[in-house]
Design a protein around this ligand. Structure first.
Ligand SMILES: Cc1cc2nc3c(=O)[nH]c(=O)nc-3n(C[C@H](O)[C@H](O)[C@H](O)COP(=O)(O)OP(=O)(O)OC[C@H]3O[C@@H](n4cnc5c(N)ncnc54)[C@H](O)[C@@H]3O)c2cc1C
Length: 448
């Protein structure tokens, strides 16, 4: 077991994902940063990544690190003019945007990684997977690729843990910190992406817009070079789960995948060729969980950031954006000169993370449900909120997150109307939808 000692004003960041890299860059003014990453080599391939939207929160974090980073993202990314949401073949919502930049996680991470490796204040140490930490001795234990363990004395350092949704730091705290009982709800779905050939097009699909086919969670995003990313959702236990998670690119599977698109998102089919379908079966499938923590710091020693603290689910569009915003809020508290910046950060950030977590949890339930009454309830609530907004009521939550009313308002404000509407209307509408669905099923299958 090797021993390494951390210095007294040292910052230690765990995880070189987008949030860990941004955290290193935004806090390096407060002391040298050592950034530990599990992977031996950080491989950022577009093809094994997935499309993401960087909204005004994420853009602000990049601008704060260095305006050149935001310029690089703007140059490579695609500004999303609007979202179209379909239920069946009908478009049920058209959400004007113009403020979210479409890219991939790989490209966003690349921009941040290039900045971090060029920054002399930051030392990147790869091949170090955190396997545990001790809150009393304040030691971190890592596993090296050969299996060897290394301990780091972090007693004089501040630790920023950004090791993702399955965070080892978070798991270690559960047994050691009284009252730390995070909720980790597996999404129950996986996401996997088809990529079109360059400059693909399809009648009725405007490349300046993104298209969401809610029946089966199919999402199209336009990427650099006229490539379309078509993200598919495999719901655990659904009849098509096996196909959508298979690694076998047989002719039967290719044909079945094409039928899946033809049935649930026919507009998308002209974008894709046989190679695109075949390559799908060799790509990674992404799983995750909605994570909600009762607090996100251990005194002034450690703080959880990004997915480690509050993973959401892709349809929120807030995963990386909320994590990048964490880094800005934390940097503000470190800059404030307070003697208790991590405690202050926790108090300021927690109500926003709680509101975001509630929204994400509901979206997760909607995404993984196979209950038609629940799906109908969601659509009706969305339509009612849209009508109310058109009639001069509050903007919908989607408009406030990534539509014309998007900004950087605290999440607790963004979700306040949505939470109130749900509390008032969800149960009565769901009751009516259930009766309607049962009535329709009875008509289709008359009892003998
Ligand atoms: C299909 C899909 C679509 C998405 N779309 C969007 C979107 O449109 N908008 C949006 O905002 N978000 C989106 N997200 C979410 C977004 O990708 C995540 O929120 C974001 O990547 C979280 O960043 P992070 O740095 O906290 O964690 P991660 O990206 O998971 O990075 C964690 C890093 O820590 C390293 N690590 C893990 N464990 C250890 C360990 N034990 N020791 C050391 N290092 C470790 C990992 O190797 C990795 O480098 C999407 C996610 C998916 C799956």
């Amino acid at each position: 077991m090797a021993g390494i000692r951390g210095g007294s004003d040292h910052l230690i960041v765990i995880g070189a994902g987008p949030v860990g890299l941004a955290a290193a860059l935004l806090t390096a003014a407060h002391g040298p940063v050592t950034l530990y990453e599990a992977a031996d080599e950080i491989v950022l391939s577009e093809e094994n990544s997935y499309p993401i939207g960087v909204n005004l929160r994420g853009q602000e974090a990049l601008r704060r690190i260095d305006p050149a980073l935001l310029a690089r993202l703007t140059e490579q990314g695609e500004m999303i003019a609007a979202w179209n949401i379909y239920a069946g073949r009908r478009r049920v919502a058209h959400l004007i945007s113009g403020n979210v930049i479409g890219t991939t996680r790989a490209f966003l991470t690349r921009i941040l990684l290039d900045a971090a490796t060029a920054d002399p204040r930051i030392t990147l140490v790869t091949g170090h997977r955190l396997i545990g930490l001790n809150t009393t001795s304040r030691q971190l234990t890592f596993r090296r690729p050969g299996g060897e363990e290394a301990t780091v004395d972090a007693s004089g350092a501040r630790v920023l843990a950004a090791d993702g949704v399955w965070s080892a730091a978070r798991r270690s705290l559960v047994d050691q910190v009284p009252g730390f009982t995070p909720t980790v709800d597996d999404w129950g779905v996986q996401f996997r992406v088809l990529f079109s050939p360059p400059d693909a097009s399809a009648a009725g699909l405007d490349p300046a817009e993104h298209h969401i086919f809610t029946d089966k969670g199919i999402y199209t995003a336009t990427l650099d070079g006229g490539v379309w990313g078509v993200s598919l959702t495999a719901v655990r236990g659904a009849a098509d789960e096996e196909l959508l998670t298979s690694t076998d690119a047989s002719d039967t599977h290719v044909a079945a995948l094409q039928r899946h698109l033809q049935t649930y998102a026919p507009k998308v089919v002209p974008l894709l060729d046989a190679d695109a379908y075949r390559a799908f079966f060799g790509r990674a499938a992404f799983s995750g969980a909605v994570v909600r923590c009762p607090f996100v710091h251990v005194g002034e020693w450690l703080v959880l950031l990004g997915d480690a603290a509050h993973s959401v689910i892709p349809p929120t569009g807030e995963g990386v954006n909320s994590g990048l915003e964490d880094c800005c809020v934390l940097a503000d508290h470190l800059d404030s000169g307070s003697a208790t910046p991590l405690t202050d950060y926790n108090a300021a950030r927690l109500p926003d993370l709680a509101a975001l977590g509630e929204y994400a949890w509901q979206l997760m339930e909607n995404t993984r449900t196979t209950d038609p009454a629940r799906r109908a309830t969601t659509i009706i609530l969305r339509i009612l909120a849209t009508i109310a907004s058109r009639l001069g009521g509050p903007p919908t939550v989607e408009e406030r997150l990534f539509g014309a009313h998007a900004g950087r308002d605290p999440y607790r404000e963004v979700f306040a109307d949505w939470i109130a509407q749900r509390e008032r209307l969800h149960s009565p509408i769901h009751r009516v939808a259930r009766l309607f669905v049962r009535g329709r099923e009875a008509r289709v299958t008359p009892s003998e």
